[in-house]
Write a protein that binds this ligand. Structure first.
Ligand SMILES: [Ca+2]
Ligand SMILES: [Ca+2]
Length: 474
């Protein structure tokens, strides 16, 4: 046998440059966009259909109190990929440009590459950019710095929701499309490329990130995904209460009443919007299913850590709000599922199937979690916190709170397992006992019997708050 044939045979046998026992685990890092708790295993809406999210959760650990570092795409994703929360990075808003605020930050894929991995991504992972130097490979071509592949859009728009004025985001619209998944493109193409990477041999362990864009607006998906949700059957959100804003401070009311919900109701579109969000989630779940199926068939199946997260939540009328950008639980609580195979350096026993963790955790700790699980040196520039103790024992002690920022640095939310606290820049506060009030209907901040809890929650805020530099529009 010629030398290169020996090498090829070696790769074929071990699936890479090192025997399995010495090879670091792969990471499959899956993002969903604007997905709240409307997934079967979190119970956020009784009609949602997410068999693939549910089967992934059943195979690993489901976090039921996971919170985003920020309640919008750019600061949340930047925090997750850099390991730096907004109060350390200064990136609090969608309108700030990541590389102007953080010119030097080494993001997760580059960190993994520097430690022996092949890093690749597809679809929306950062906020509408790829950040090419962070990746070894990308689909679409990273040189274009545009994370979106071909996607079908209706010619005439808006399709369903009339324009209310210049304040309205152009993509707030919904429709069942007369196309197949392949004709639709978008997430189908993103997941197709991810499946190809999972099915081939790799010389190095991989850090492979899959950015599924739905259920981000516009809620246009192939009509097959609307069919399980006939309009006449649609149920309103469980967390909706007509008088809910009565006990919310003025700044909270200002954030809540952003015109969308009023506009949507005025045009008789509330249930149509709910239907389209459910359909978009169902589509995103089906795209996830393709990736999970490819992993099942992959030679790397038993050597791959899987992490699934969403960047923040989403309101569909709760607290008179439609969209994101709020500190309430509906806007900040996210799906987080982690599955670790046996043999991972940081958790040799792997995760047990059907684990459920109720501790309050933040997605900003995924960086430290993954480096620990994979046996990489901890990144000295970020906190050392890792979720590994909870992956080992979901009921382990967890003294930490999760902090979520809004675009004003002094507007933030703090989550513990049973309590939530909201702080506004003018000093106004909200306090909720989510053990008895999971939808945060009764603000307890002004009730004397909860003064002790209020003081305690205040102490969990960060001691220092990075200022927010303004940058050119991204
Ligand atoms: Ca988002
Ligand atoms: Ca209320």
């Amino acid at each position: 046998m010629k030398p290169f044939a020996v090498i090829l045979a070696f790769f074929a046998l071990f699936g890479g440059g090192l025997p399995a026992a010495e090879r670091k685990p792969n990471v499959l890092f899956i993002a969903m966009d604007d997905l709240n708790d409307w997934i079967g295993c979190l119970g956020g809406h009784p009609q949602t259909k997410t068999p693939n999210l549910d089967r992934l959760a059943a195979s690993g650990v489901l976090f039921r109190n996971a919170y985003c570092p920020a309640a919008s795409c750019n600061p949340s994703r930047t925090a997750i990929f850099s390991g730096l929360p907004p109060h350390r990075s200064g990136l609090y808003r969608n309108q700030q440009t990541m590389r102007e605020v953080l010119p030097q930050a080494e993001l997760l894929p580059r960190y993994f590459s520097r430690h022996g991995y092949w890093s690749a991504g597809s679809g929306k992972l950062l906020h509408y950019v790829i950040d090419p130097p962070s990746w070894d490979d990308y689909f679409p071509d990273k040189a274009k710095n545009d994370p979106f592949p071909r996607t079908f859009y209706p010619k005439e728009r808006p399709v369903s929701l009339p324009r209310g004025g210049p304040w309205q985001y152009v993509e707030t619209d919904w429709a069942a499309l007369e196309v197949t998944d392949e004709e639709f493109g978008g997430d189908w193409l993103v997941t197709e490329w991810i499946c190809e990477q999972l099915s081939r041999e790799h010389e190095k362990p991989f850090f492979l990130a899959c950015g599924i864009y739905r259920p981000h607006e516009p809620w246009f998906v192939p009509k097959a995904y609307f069919e399980p949700f006939p309009l006449e059957s649609i149920q309103l959100p469980l967390g909706y209460l007509e008088t809910d804003l009565d006990d919310v401070p003025a700044e909270g009311q200002r954030i809540a009443r952003n015109r969308y919900f009023e506009h949507i109701k005025k045009h008789g579109q509330w249930k149509k919007g709910i239907q389209a969000y459910l359909a978009s989630i169902h589509f995103a779940d089906a795209m996830l299913g393709r990736v999970l199926d490819a992993l099942e068939k992959s030679p790397q199946r038993d050597h791959t850590i899987v992490v699934l997260w969403s960047d923040h939540g989403w309101h569909l009328g709760e607290k008179e709000h439609w969209q994101k950008f709020t500190g309430w639980r509906v806007g900040t609580r996210v799906p987080l599922i982690i599955r670790v195979p046996e043999g991972a350096p940081g958790l040799p026993e792997g995760t047990r199937a059907a684990g459920v963790c109720d501790r309050a955790v933040s997605l900003v700790d995924l960086f430290g979690t993954l480096t620990e699980l994979c046996g990489l040196p901890p990144n000295p520039d970020i906190t050392k916190r890792s979720l590994t103790p909870l992956l080992s024992n979901p009921k382990a002690d967890w003294p930490h709170a999760a902090l979520t920022h809004l675009d004003n640095p002094q507007n933030y939310a703090i989550s513990t397992e049973h309590w939530r606290y909201l702080h506004y820049h003018d000093g106004a506060e909200e306090l909720y006992d989510i053990a008895s009030d999971p939808h945060e209907w009764e603000n307890l901040a002004s009730q004397p019997e909860h003064a002790g809890k209020l003081s305690e929650m205040r102490t969990l805020a960060s001691d220092s708050m990075a200022p927010r530099p303004e940058t050119k529009a991204p």
